[in-house]
Design a protein around this ligand. Structure first.
Ligand SMILES: O=C(O)c1ccc(O)c(O)c1
Ligand SMILES: [Mg+2]
Length: 624
């Protein structure tokens, strides 16, 4: 698959954008007109620079408001087009995107449009230029890709084809199957963008909220599957208008973009394999089940299953006393120090927490690393690296387990560990004898981990965990908090063994308290007993307001004894059609706190109705 990206996706000058695209490994770019018009570089130097960087200049765009106009306007439009064709020959470019008329069309007649597009195609032919006509979702008369293609067929000129843009097609919910019926010679260009499903006017949605494939909710593998089956072999190019990406670090965004195409390529191949034998493919393949080859080559990636569970969580601090105290009070036992590193191991049943003492001085406790159980750490690491995940190097001694580590977008280190059927971890032998602690007899596992994401890396994080770790993004929620509306996105495995919650922290106020907090939640079988024991050990619970319990009673009509127990122990409660959920939180140290949960029945949520209470209490304690 030939990869591309429009310069409009990125921040910086044209030169910076081109360099970042080359570093990220793109085959070609679309030059967005504004980027050239505002550049000090001559068209000739852009051409040379692209050649030096090994970047194809695949599309010049956009040319607007051409078709369906009065004769006077048509004359002016053809003059404008000719100037662009001449410019393109200086750039050494041969394809221009013409989008359907939004502003100046006054004649709604396909015969007129076809006649005008034919004149444009003739002129383009004189300059050796190909015109890719794209239906904008908000085009005045042409806003549907099949309509745009009908016009291309009516004109039937070698210099006129169509551009398919997934956003314009999927935002309008157009059926994508008819793409297979398009003559592949007439698909001059394909643009891809994902988006969250939002209800707003489609122009605003398109201009501000597009995201890279895998970061939104569109069925892009299916879209691409139809494009591939149509027989298209040209560039598949990202065109993502996004307010955040346009102000983020350009090299980093280009890598995020490239990751999305590598992932989309794999997902498209998978869609084609899963859907072999239906639609046009069935007829071509001569029946179900036959794998066929398509003109477009689709690369695959090392395959991984979703992780089987958390292997460990690691918290880092320069002063670890508070963390040790909290874990001890929760019922964790100290298993000892590592033979060669300044780290401690604390466990409760199968929940393993590493306290890393190597943090820089004055570093407050924060979640530094997460280990996941995978079938094959080497294969999982190969996949992540092919998806351009940065590798984390950790020093190991000869007889120690080698961890395959990658760095997540928020710099959390992700370790891919060898899972074991009984949930134990071989590396724990590297830790010396611990002190005897009055540890809990209860089993525990890591239930979920909640990571605070910097606002500019949130979408990147969703794609990272989806593509590299095979977690499934769930629809995101918004949690009201005194410091803002917190966007919360659950990423989990189908069986719920791994649940990661990504929270977009509200922007930090200059002199305000820290809004950045994250936590590790452990599941136990008997939360009330765990809470009682923790209270007896002096645990500092997050104090839940009395109003909460009144509301709880109003909503759930709880038995008075049970309600009294919840109130007494600062427990929170939720219930749905599948089961019940009990949980409590510790006070925060640095940016970290812990949660203990008990799931009853098939409850699979996180106590979402209780999240605003937690946020409010934490905010309050920071302001005190
Ligand atoms: O928003 C626009 O104007 C615009 C321009 C060119 C495109 O290819 C597109 O999809 C949208
Ligand atoms: Mg487009």
């Amino acid at each position: 698959m030939r990869t591309g990206i429009a310069t409009v996706c990125l921040s910086g000058t044209l030169k910076e954008k081109m360099q970042a695209c080359a570093i990220a490994g793109f085959d070609g770019i679309e030059i967005f007109e504004q980027d050239l018009v505002t550049s000090p570089l001559s068209p000739e130097s852009v051409r040379t620079m692209a050649a030096d960087l090994g970047l194809g200049l695949d599309l010049y765009q956009p040319f607007r408001d051409f078709d369906g106009v009065t004769p006077d306007l048509l004359k002016a439009n053809l003059r404008r087009a000719e100037a662009k064709f001449k410019l393109m020959s200086r750039l050494g470019m041969d394809t221009i995107l013409v989008c359907s008329n939004v502003a100046t069309a006054t004649i709604d007649d396909d015969a007129v449009r076809a006649e005008q597009l034919a004149q444009l195609a003739n002129l383009a032919g004189d300059h050796g230029i190909k015109v890719a006509y794209e239906a904008l979702a908000w085009g005045k008369y042409v806003n549907d890709y099949e309509h745009a293609y009908r016009l291309v067929e009516m004109v039937d000129h070698p210099n006129l084809g169509t551009c398919l843009d997934s956003f314009h097609i999927l935002s309008r919910d157009w059926d994508t199957a008819p793409i297979e019926g398009i003559n592949p010679e007439k698909i001059f260009f394909v643009q891809v963008a994902d988006a969250p499903k939002l209800s707003m006017d489609v122009l605003s949605w398109s201009r501000h909220y597009r995201v890279f494939p895998g970061e939104g909710q569109f069925e892009l593998a299916k879209f691409m599957g139809h494009v591939v089956r149509a027989g298209y072999t040209g560039p598949v190019s990202l065109e993502v208008f996004n307010d955040v990406f346009r102000q983020s670090d350009v090299e980093r965004t280009a890598v995020d973009a490239m990751r999305s195409l590598i992932w989309l390529e794999e997902q498209s191949a998978k869609w084609l394999a899963d859907n072999a034998g239906n639609g046009a493919d069935g007829a071509a393949a001569g029946g179900a089940g036959l794998r066929r080859r398509y003109p477009m080559e689709l690369a695959t990636l090392p395959k991984v299953n979703e992780p089987a569970g958390f292997n460990f969580a690691e918290v880092k601090a320069d002063n670890t006393a508070q963390l040790e105290k909290l874990l001890g009070q929760l019922g964790f036992g100290f298993e000892g120090r590592h033979r060669t590193k300044d780290v401690q191991l604390w466990t409760m049943g199968q929940a393993r927490v590493i306290i890393n003492e190597q943090a820089a001085s004055h570093a407050e406790p924060s979640i530094a690393a997460l280990g996941f159980d995978v079938d094959s750490p080497v294969i999982a690491s190969a996949r992540a690296q092919q998806l351009k995940a940065p590798v984390v190097a950790r020093k190991v001694q000869a007889d120690e387990e080698v961890f395959q580590g990658i760095s997540a977008p928020d710099s959390t280190e992700i370790f891919l560990c060898q899972g074991s059927p009984d949930g134990t971890a071989a590396w724990t032998h590297e830790f010396g004898e611990g002190l005897e602690h009055a540890r809990s007899a209860q089993n525990a596992v890591i239930d979920h981990v909640n990571l605070a994401q910097p606002w500019q890396h949130f979408d990147e994080a969703v794609l990272f965990y989806t593509s590299a770790l095979a977690l499934e993004p769930q629809p995101f929620a918004e949690v009201p908090s005194p410091s803002g509306l917190v966007r919360s996105q659950v990423m989990e495995t189908a069986d719920g063994a791994v649940r990661l919650v990504l929270n977009l922290a509200p922007v930090q106020q200059a002199n305000g308290p820290k809004t950045y907090q994250e936590h590790i939640a452990f599941a136990v079988d008997d939360l009330v007993a765990t809470a009682r024991a923790a209270r007896d050990r002096g645990l500092d619970f997050l104090q839940i307001p009395a109003n909460y319990y009144e509301d709880l009673d109003a909503r759930f009509d709880l038995a008075p004894d049970f309600l009294a127990t919840l109130r007494e122990l600062n427990l929170l409660y939720d219930r749905d059609g599948d089961g019940e959920f009990l949980h409590f939180y510790t006070a925060t140290v640095g940016s970290v706190f812990f949660e203990m949960v008990e799931r009853r029945g098939g409850y699979s949520g996180y106590g979402a109705p209780n999240a605003p209470v937690r946020h409010a209490v934490q905010y309050d304690s920071l302001h005190r």
